[in-house]
Design a protein around this ligand. Sequence first.
Ligand code: UDP
Length: 371
Amino acid sequence: MKYDYMVVGAGLYGAVFAHEAVKKGKKVLVIDKRDHIGGNIYTEETDGINVHKYGAHIFHTSDKKIWDYVNEFAEFNNYINSPVAVYKDELYNLPFNMNTFSRMWNIKTPQEAKDIIAAQIKDLNITEPKNLEEQALSLVGRDVYEKLIKGYTEKQWERDCKDLPAFIIKRLPLRFTYDNNYFNDRYQGIPIGGYTRIIEKLLEGSEVRLGEDFFDFREKGALSDGFKPEYDKILFTGMIDMYFDFCYGALEYRSVRFETEKLDVENYQGSAIVNYTDRDVPYTRIIEHKHFEFGTQPVTIISREYSSEWHPGIEPYYPVNDDKNSDLYEKYKELADKEEGVYFGGRLGSYKYYDMDKDIAAALELCNEVL
Ligand code: UDP
């Protein structure tokens, strides 16, 4: 059996590539070391609730082409992400908007909020924010930074806010209107029936082998049942540094662990996502999965999310795009560009903090270039 492509990783990037390749008449083999498809967007139904097994995924984009593309594979509901943040015994709306400021300072107007923020940062003289702390302070002032950003960010990244890149906090909108929509994007929603179905559809026409570790395959030249596939090219969506045997040293990744519980209550927290921004609460957030799909089940499923540094044996989730790792990635990228017949992509293969829409856009770009 001869394949045109071996796709390593059945996540979103790999599945989009596989789909486009099959559309072009290519033969594609997809392998994944896990026993399910979908990578970290995998959802699994329990008690009628689609559980986001690897954390909350909310699809949002401003790119009409990408929105139309995903809508070929699923119907999306009208979920709007509007998480809340709990700091000690206080509760605030996210993202940072007039509801947040009004609760924080007991004020009503945008001008009052802007004046307070300006007063809190006037002595700092930040012109060009160099790191996450400076970026956050210059946008929202000291109170919001101390209560809603500092603790959460240090738990999430286990790094000082001064050592993290500014762009991470710019993911969150800041607005002086009473609007709790976490995203500014034109299109947003959750696929009805879960994300796994999208991946299933994308992988139609490809041969999919689960429970297959690429590195075992590379060592032995055969899959676990002894099958020796021949292929022209590889798309690798795993960790780029692992592909090159960590030859320049390991890139850093953050991982996440979930404690998931079924509760005999209909509605536990009234929101799909509640962030715990206080340093002393060990988890970063609690997800109540049913609220992504306006679930009416008599029970609920919640996941407490704990953040940790990645180490071998657990799943990587987030690249740490600070200067040190970015420099190291560039060295691996040079090797990757020279690697004949192998493409690298996805969050791990390109070491980028991609949202799903950007991940799909990047996959389609590669398809345009090579298919
Ligand atoms: N963040 C924060 N407080 C919050 C939510 C987010 O300080 O209540 C910061 C934190 O540094 C986080 C970043 O904003 O890493 C990006 O948040 P986002 O919700 O986009 O993260 P993701 O959902 O990708 O984990």
